[in-house]
Design a protein around this ligand. Sequence first.
Ligand code: ADP
Ligand code: ASP
Ligand code: MG
Length: 403
Amino acid sequence: MLKVLKFGGTSVGTLDRIQNVANIIKKIRDEGHDVIAVVSAMSGETNKLIEYAEYYSKTPKLDEIDMLLSSGERVTSALLSIALNEMGLKATSMSGREAGIVTDNAHTKARIEHIDTTGMKKAIKEGNIIIVAGFQGVVQDSLRVSTLGRGGSDLTAVAIAGAIEADVCEIYTDVDGIYTTDPRIEPKAKKLEKISYDEMLELASLGAKVLQNRSVEMAKKLNVNLVSRSSFTPEVEGTLITKEENIMEKPVVSGIALDKNQVRVGMYGVTDRPGIASAIFTALADANINVDMIVQTVGVDGKTDLDFTIPKTDWEICKGVMEKFRPETENIDYNEKICKVSIVGVGMKSHTGVASKAFTALANENINIRIISTSEIKISMIIDEKYAELAVRALHEAYDLDK
Ligand code: ADP
Ligand code: ASP
Ligand code: MG
């Protein structure tokens, strides 16, 4: 079999842990499999590099940020390869560019356009274990290094697994699978044996960082057999992320997600004219900002209020865009002391009373809900940040997820 394995930041967080990863790879290799391993930067490294850049500038050039951040995963890829070679295995590290990963030029959140697998196929044929530096590629025209957004090594692994038609893509992290909610917040969370791509995509998009959302989207599109498991207990089977039809039991609610990385933008007294929403959200889209929940109140006296949320990382850029709309707005304010809790489950499609149960669970804890949004398989609520963990536990219990 050809296996693509991905090891996250904690799994390669120290030199001893890199050795542990080398041992896992050796065992899989000894079982007769071909291996492409994708690695993250050592834990904390990417944040440290971002802080270094912020020492000089709040709005650094994004291609320079990519040059800086991509270095973290290159360090681990080389170290892991050195460790493997020392153990008598044939291994070679590759940067994203060497692995043939070509992206668009949206620096710091680039999209993979295609992967030229020629180099990787050749290296495997020559008997190598390949260690790819995750989270990065090369921009087609400029040949500058690009990065794929936070958590992007997951995407590197899935995209390679899809492009090279690997048999499986195993994401090794510091928990042994996907749980009904973050086990660090709710110790009673239960591990799921399987979860559908759609539910996982919602959980990931709504804040469960155990898998990067774009990696799940890509896994679904390319039909990649995706497994989440632990590098600390590699003998334990993880969670399979798969098609909905492969899952027999479909609970109404499968999981709870929490996202603390949002800022609520409030625009009050906005001129209520046709095209105003289009103008605002086009400007935000042009700045590559992912707008999430949007609420517009009923206009009164030619004025309306508009509330929406954006990722904290886009805050500075958003402020710049908002300035253009000052003349048409009485007041703009930002609230970062909020969070989003969400419940996810494919079973919601065919059940009633799912939303009211969530609202009641939060009401019983005296938690005020500020914005609500729903889709077919999820309900999201914006609440004050100080209630984040309490809300997750209350919802977890309300849907009997600990049972
Ligand atoms: P890595 O560095 O390996 O990429 P991450 O820190 O990005 O790992 O993701 C793993 C973390 O995701 C876990 O430590 C856990 O706290 C968190 N997490 C959030 N939601 C869930 C969930 N539903 N199931 C398991 N882990 C979750
Ligand atoms: N090192 C990058 C990050 O911290 C990418 C990753 O770990 O997947 O976001
Ligand atoms: Mg991660």
